[in-house]
Design a protein around this ligand. Structure first.
Ligand code: NAP
Length: 253
């Protein structure tokens, strides 16, 4: 029997081919989970699985597509016989800066398709699979952007606000129905991943960002992964509909 904080759990991590998803998949596997990594980026997803070794596998997956969710959940259940955890991590930020005046409808809809439809579909198809496996935990990646105005990332901020609110709806609906499926959101500050670096392209911009962070440091993907690990584990059994903010104090000022 494998030891660890999430030993014996089968956990699906979307967008696991990079950044926070890759770090989370690795931490979950290190703590005993069987991890299914999905991503539109096949090379990145396969690299994550290769780095983890035996306890992980990869499935190609566009989270904005209903039929792809149906296929992925069916494949996980066919291979592993259960699903105990889901990390709805895949997301896009769009070009920076994008104000509500400059943003066009196609870009707005693309960001919502991935960030909001993706989380909706993940919960829609993930909840019954987790419920029928005896219960478990869903973690939705929202953002600090859900808690503040984001004039230069207008669609992104709105999409993460939707994820924050929808998470509570799923949590309460599952609790009322006695499904034993918890659902919480995670709100990262500025994390140095390919998304984070696309927003702060130069070292000068990163230094300016650092000066706005109370702890004076930009985050590492693992800083978020540890929070997600806690929420997937039974250590957080009394938490649902909650917001875990991991932002080095940015939302506190
Ligand atoms: P990342 O490094 O860009 O990783 C995101 C992964 O998701 C990439 O592999 C990306 O593939 C994949 N992806 C994009 N669209 C997809 C789709 N339709 N279906 C499946 N996979 C898709 O970003 P990250 O920084 O780790 O972000 C992870 C999550 O944390 C996101 O939801 C993000 O909004 C949130 N977050 C990040 C920060 C930050 O500062 N980094 C802050 C707050 C919240 P491609 O590379 O091919 O697009």
């Amino acid at each position: 029997m494998v030891a660890g904080r999430v030993a014996g759990k089968v956990v699906l991590v979307t967008g696991g081919g990079s950044g926070i998803g890759r770090a989370t998949a690795t931490l979950l596997a290190n703590e005993g989970a069987t991890v299914v990594v999905t991503d539109v980026d096949r090379a990145g997803g396969l690299q994550t699985v290769q780095q983890i070794g035996g306890a992980a596998s990869f499935l190609p997956h566009d989270v904005s597509k209903d039929e792809e969710w149906q296929r992925v959940i069916a494949e996980v259940l066919a291979k592993h016989g259960r699903l105990n955890g889901l990390v709805n991590n895949a997301g896009i930020s769009g070009p920076f800066p994008s104000t509500f005046e400059s943003e066009d409808v196609a870009q707005w809809r693309r960001i919502f398709a991935v960030n909001v439809d993706g989380v909706f579909l993940g919960c829609k198809h993930g909840v019954p699979a987790i419920r029928d496996s005896g219960g478990g935990s869903i973690v939705n990646l929202s953002s600090l952007a859900a808690l503040l105005g984001t004039p230069e990332l207008s669609a992104y901020g709105a999409s993460k606000g939707a994820v924050r609110q929808f998470t509570k709806t799923v949590a309460i609906e599952c609790a009322r129905k006695g499904y034993k499926v918890r659902c919480n959101s995670v709100h990262p500050g500025i994390i140095l991943t390919s998304m984070g670096e696309s927003l702060f392209k130069t070292e000068a911009l990163r230094e300016r960002a650092r000066q706005r962070v109370p702890l004076r440091e930009l985050g590492r993907p693992e800083d978020i992964g540890y929070g997600i690990l806690f929420l997937i584990s039974d250590e957080s059994r009394y938490m649902t509909g909650a917001e875990l903010v991991i932002d080095a104090g940015m939302s506190a000022i």
